[in-house]
Design a protein around this ligand. Structure first.
Ligand SMILES: [Zn+2]
Length: 102
């Protein structure tokens, strides 16, 4: 699923939902104003294609680059209802990303 990642500098109370906010890439909310989590340009921090929530989390907090394990920071992500079809997914075993990178 193609997704838009907002964060980590989401202003105001919205930040309490999580450091990173995730919308579907084609979500209509991305074009609405005003949304305090969007900057003036309305651009997401980045877009990515992910099969599940663990994959999103690991793309931001990649084990091996950060002191964490797969999915450790899932609590820090707020997935909007437009991402409801995205399953949680499975935590990757230790060393998974190091092997993929080789
Ligand atoms: Zn949305």
């Amino acid at each position: 699923m193609k997704l838009a990642v907002y964060g980590p500098n989401i202003p105001g109370a919205l930040q309490r939902k999580g450091t990173f906010h995730i919308h579907a890439a084609d979500c209509a909310d991305r074009k609405r104003r005003p949304w305090s989590e969007f900057d003036d340009s309305g651009e997401a921090s980045w877009e990515l294609d992910a099969a599940d929530k663990v994959e999103v989390c690991d793309a931001v907090y990649t084990p091996g680059e950060f002191e964490c394990r797969s999915g450790d920071y899932l609590y820090d992500f707020h997935f909007y209802p437009c991402c409801a079809a995205l399953p949680i997914g499975e935590l990757k075993p230790e060393g998974y990303y190091e092997e993929v990178a080789q």
